[in-house]
Design a protein around this ligand. Structure first.
Ligand code: TRP
Length: 330
């Protein structure tokens, strides 16, 4: 059976885009593959080393969300990166064989360094993609479900794995392939990509009132449609994009017909959308809240997940040390 691994940073407040772009797909894969889902808390530290209070609550939130969406702890290993020290050891060893120029040329690196408000001038942040390579290679993952923004990290992971195999003349690491999960990208309330940074999201823990408010009061629509009696253009409307993603086919057809004739107003159209989203998200929200009330259960699940992941990580590290001729006299 092939192995799948992915990682999510514990940065709090997962949104609808994370749900349909990633988490739902991750959970589906547990029926076909050996799946490892890692909460990348050390990766969060690369940019948030100065505000660590939120990290543990955010780990709980990611875990609660995966479980609420249907992750089965019997099928998938769910754990936090810092539970498995072997990731740190492999990160260290891989950093010895990774040319500085490879990490310096990561396109997101220089861009983030210049544009982010966080202080990213650390050694750790430069090593971010090497740590990610260690996460993937330590499970010899074949498939890595990620968004498009991670493609370069995956490419670098393959290069580092191949360089290891070449230098030490043994095929220890298979080539991991990205599995693109953002089949349908969810726009934010303002029409840009849904993102925490833009503060334009519908969050999985939003209450029905908040969802109704966001849909009817904050969501962008066709700006050329000033009055209720003006004909609208669904093609230029964020609310219509949402209907296409979340409403039934008949509703979409009806709005596509009525909106350009001014047969339906923006408020009613968005209210119908809010009802649909609430129907979909409210059961999930209550599940998430229930899980968050029971953090000792979450910890037990993470501990079990880490135990099964660690068994693999430990065995890969033994092979890595042997291949690299790093002593293991302990
Ligand atoms: N860098 C990834 C992100 O920000 C998170 C991540 C860390 C990851 N380790 C990983 C993703 C390993 C896939 C595999 O989304």
């Amino acid at each position: 059976m092939q192995t799948v691994l992915s990682g999510v940073q514990p940065s709090g407040s997962l949104h609808l885009g994370n749900l349909v772009g990633a988490i739902e797909n991750y959970v589906k894969l547990q029926n076909e593959f050996k799946t490892y889902y890692m909460i990348a808390d050390w990766h969060s530290l690369t940019s948030r080393f100065d505000s660590t209070d939120s990290i543990i609550p955010a780990i709980y939130e990611v875990a609660a969300t995966f479980l609420a969406v249907g992750l089965d702890p019997e099928k998938s290993a769910l754990f936090a990166q810092s539970q498995i020290k072997e990731h740190a050891e492999l990160h260290l060893l891989l950093s010895m064989i990774t040319p500085l120029s490879w990490v310096e040329r990561v396109p997101t690196y220089k861009e983030k360094l210049q544009n982010s408000e966080a202080d990213l001038g650390s050694y750790g942040f430069l090593g971010y993609p090497i740590l990610q390579a260690a996460d993937i290679l330590i499970y010899k993952a074949h498939k890595v479900p990620v968004g498009e923004d991670q493609m370069f990290h995956l490419e670098l992971t393959r290069e580092i794995g191949r360089r290891f195999n070449f230098l030490y003349k043994k095929e220890v690491f298979p080539d991991p392939q990205a599995v693109l999960t953002q089949a349908h990208r969810v726009p934010g309330l303002d029409g840009r990509k849904m993102s925490k940074t833009y503060d334009n999201g519908i969050y999985l823990r939003d209450t029905p009132d908040q969802i109704l408010h966001k849909c009817t009061r904050q969501m962008a629509s066709d700006t050329a449609r000033a009055r209720r009696t003006d004909p609208g253009s669904p093609g230029a409307c964020t609310a219509f994009t949402f209907h296409k993603l979340f409403s039934a086919g008949e509703t979409v057809d009806e709005i596509a017909q009525e909106c350009p004739k001014a047969g339906i107003g923006c408020f009613d159209c968005k209210k119908r959308l809010a009802e649909k989203l609430i129907e979909r998200l409210e059961p999930l929200r209550t599940h998430i809240e229930d899980h968050l009330k029971n953090t000792s259960n979450l910890e037990a699940i993470l501990k079990n997940g880490a135990d099964s992941a660690r068994a693999v990580a430990v065995s890969t590290m033994a092979e890595v040390r042997e291949t690299m001729k790093t002593p293991q006299f302990f």
